[in-house]
Design a protein around this ligand. Structure first.
Ligand SMILES: C[S@@+](CC[C@H](N)C(=O)[O-])C[C@H]1O[C@@H](n2cnc3c(N)ncnc32)[C@H](O)[C@@H]1O
Ligand SMILES: [Zn+2]
Length: 216
């Protein structure tokens, strides 16, 4: 199960507007971002207005659960999504004891998609998970962050972020060099197997044609 880990960023800048939107943020919504249809995958999170760098755009809210429960729920979510080819897991690592299960309707932040060239990052501030603007974001832009997945099960998570930096699969930035090597080796193996299959089929076809018809 690939758990959303999200890259931590350095000191997030408090903005005046961020401070006034506390009521909305606690409810899982935000004055900065809203849900819309994404070109990356189904729903996404989009800027409602221009957003300054460092803004705490939205809190990732949900049930605070211990690790054992988190493992159970994460696996359950993974299993549920698998038949659709979509292992969506909403469990987010909070600290050594607790995680946040964001699979609740009011958690709008759960809609943020991954990108290999993201404009946001997650950070944990005073025990709360925030999605923070890593640069100035224009109104209408999709909000994305690096899910930070490790190299386990990389083939289960194809990436459609469309960025020039995309490596084809959802893994954290620190794993991408290693992943490129794995993808290359895998593609080579696949090509070899496909060529072998083609060769066998060709041989079988030739053998069939050369078969002498039996006299009745
Ligand atoms: C937390 S959800 C994000 C919201 C999701 N788009 C939705 O409509 O429910 C995570 C799931 O979205 C999809 N997803 C997110 N980023 C993606 C990307 N860059 N490429 C392909 N699928 C992505 C994957 O199925 C992933 O398991
Ligand atoms: Zn990508």
């Amino acid at each position: 199960m690939a758990k959303v880990r999200g890259k931590r960023i350095k000191a997030a800048q408090e903005t005046a507007a961020g401070a006034t939107s506390a009521a909305l943020e606690v409810s899982g919504g935000s004055e900065w971002v809203g849900v819309g249809r994404s070109g990356i995958h189904q729903n996404g999170l989009f800027a409602k207005k221009d957003i300054p760098k460092g803004t705490k755009m939205i809190e990732y809210v949900g049930d605070k659960i211990i690790k054992a429960e988190s493992e159970r729920r994460g696996n359950e979510q993974d299993e549920l999504g698998r038949p659709k080819g979509d292992g969506t897991v909403y469990v987010f690592t909070l600290n050594n004891r607790y995680d946040i299960d964001g699979a609740v309707e009011w958690n709008e932040a759960r809609n943020a998609n991954h990108s290999c060239a993201p404009n946001a990052a997650t950070d944990i501030l005073k025990g709360r998970i925030w999605l923070i603007a890593e640069r100035k974001i224009k109104k209408g832009e999709e909000i994305t962050y690096d899910y930070g997945f490790d190299l386990n099960y990389w083939r289960d998570h194809p990436c459609r972020c469309g960025s020039k930096k995309c490596v084809g699969y959802i893994v954290g930035e620190e794993y991408r060099a290693e992943l490129k090597k794995k993808v290359k080796a895998w593609e080579k193996k696949e090509a070899k197997e496909a060529a072998k299959k083609k060769e066998t089929a060709k041989k079988e076809e030739t053998a069939k044609k050369e078969e002498v018809p039996q006299a009745e």
